[in-house]
Write a new protein. Structure first.
Length: 245
């Protein structure tokens, strides 16, 4: 009987230990053993017969799980926090798999996040070349003019980076309170991108929420809720991540 060969880093990522990129770093650092021997070549291929260890701990192929979470404000987009603040993985209790967030949302930003143990898909979704639409709604202080909307789409220089929105819509404005609600669609996911862009046009953010990620939205969920993705949604998400744009 023949066994399918796969790259070592892919097998590690599929086990839920970490992403494929991090797995490559672990291999190169000599922290991975195959059948008791250190293997630090990225071209190494293995089959299901091989015994693989990462930092001395045997890996096993976990069942893949995919969750959509409505992250509340005041929750960290991580698996742990050195200040003992609540982390997003704590929203999903009673699970056997080690899961981690796909990308990040700021501590003070609420909205849609994906959590999974599928390192390969997580890496695809986070890679800059796979430009999946992310839709944010921001309540800002100030009035967004047509000129400001144009600037947000053309791009704002911030900390040596050009940050821009694919689409910008003003959903509402209140001149008496000098506040407005803006919807921004981004392809990128740079650190604090929406806040930095809006600060760059003198519209400081009072509240920020991610409403959509690709075709996924928060319909039917309240803050702090979660649900599993359906097999069809997982399939479509993989298609979207691989699609050339």
């Amino acid at each position: 009987m023949s066994f399918k060969e796969e790259r070592l880093q892919k097998v590690i990522a599929q086990s839920g230990v970490t992403s494929r990129r991090k797995a490559e770093q672990l291999i190169e650092a000599g922290r991975v053993k195959v059948n008791g021997e250190v293997r630090n070549e990225l071209g190494t291929k293995v089959t299901e017969k091989d015994a693989i260890e990462v930092d001395g701990v045997p890996i096993k192929k976990e069942k893949k799980v995919y969750y959509l979470v409505y992250k509340p404000r005041g929750v960290i987009s991580s698996v742990k926090d050195d200040k003992n603040r609540r982390v997003v993985t704590e929203i999903i209790p009673d699970r056997d798999q080690r899961i981690y967030p796909v990308g990040r949302l700021d501590y003070d930003t609420s909205g849609l996040m994906l959590l999974t143990n599928d390192g390969e898909l997580a890496q695809l979704l986070m890679h800059p070349s796979h430009q999946i639409d992310k839709v944010y709604v921001a309540k800002v202080e100030g009035m967004p003019t047509k000129e400001i909307v144009k600037k947000l789409k053309k791009g704002i220089q911030s900390e040596g980076e050009l940050l821009k929105a694919l689409k910008v819509r003003v959903l509402s404005s209140d001149r008496d309170k000098n506040t407005a609600v803006i919807e921004l669609t981004l392809h990128e996911g740079k650190n604090r991108q929406v806040r930095r862009m809006l600060e760059g046009v003198k519209l400081p953010v009072a509240k920020l929420k991610r409403e959509r990620y690709g075709f996924l939205d928060l319909k039917g969920l309240s803050s702090g809720d979660y649900r599993k993705l359906t097999p069809q949604e997982v399939h479509l998400l993989k298609e979207e991540a691989l699609k050339d744009k």
